[in-house]
Write a protein that binds this ligand. Structure first.
Ligand code: 5GP
Ligand code: ZN
Length: 114
């Protein structure tokens, strides 16, 4: 998707601080972090949001969670705890319409009823 910001980061047309990359995923630091560790785990295939998942994406999404847990272990926050978030759609606060998983950690994260 030419106009998609994350597709452009994947294509290296826009720079990002890349933490990890393989054939299926790219992981980079959020430009506006809300926690000491704030990574975005992004499948390279353009899927707009959780709402667009198909049965064929089951394995990819499973691998995405496995990657998140491996990163947490590597960053030493596995036992301390961390948060994984998918924002979905307008009310969910999704700004970038390319599916991504936020990994937040490095402090006690606040929780509220909103
Ligand atoms: P969303 O609100 O769609 O769930 O999350 C999008 C995230 O992407 C936000 O946390 C925002 O700070 C981050 N972001 C937006 N533009 C860029 C960018 O150009 N580079 C990086 N690294 N992160 C970005
Ligand atoms: Zn995209």
């Amino acid at each position: 998707m030419k106009k998609c910001l994350f597709c452009q980061i994947i294509a290296k047309k826009i720079p990002a601080n890349i933490f990890y990359e393989d054939e299926k995923f790219i992981v980079f630091y959020d430009i506006n972090p809300i926690a000491p560790l704030h990574l975005l785990l992004v499948p390279k295939v353009h899927i707009p949001s959780i709402n667009d998942l198909k049965a064929k994406d089951k394995e990819l999404i499973g691998e995405l969670f496995l990657l998140a847990s491996k990163i947490a272990k590597k960053q030493g926050i596995k036992s301390k705890g961390y948060r994984l978030i998918f924002n979905v759609g307008k009310e969910g606060g999704q700004a970038i319409k390319h599916l991504h998983l936020h990994l937040l950690g490095g402090k006690t994260l606040p929780w509220s009823k909103y």
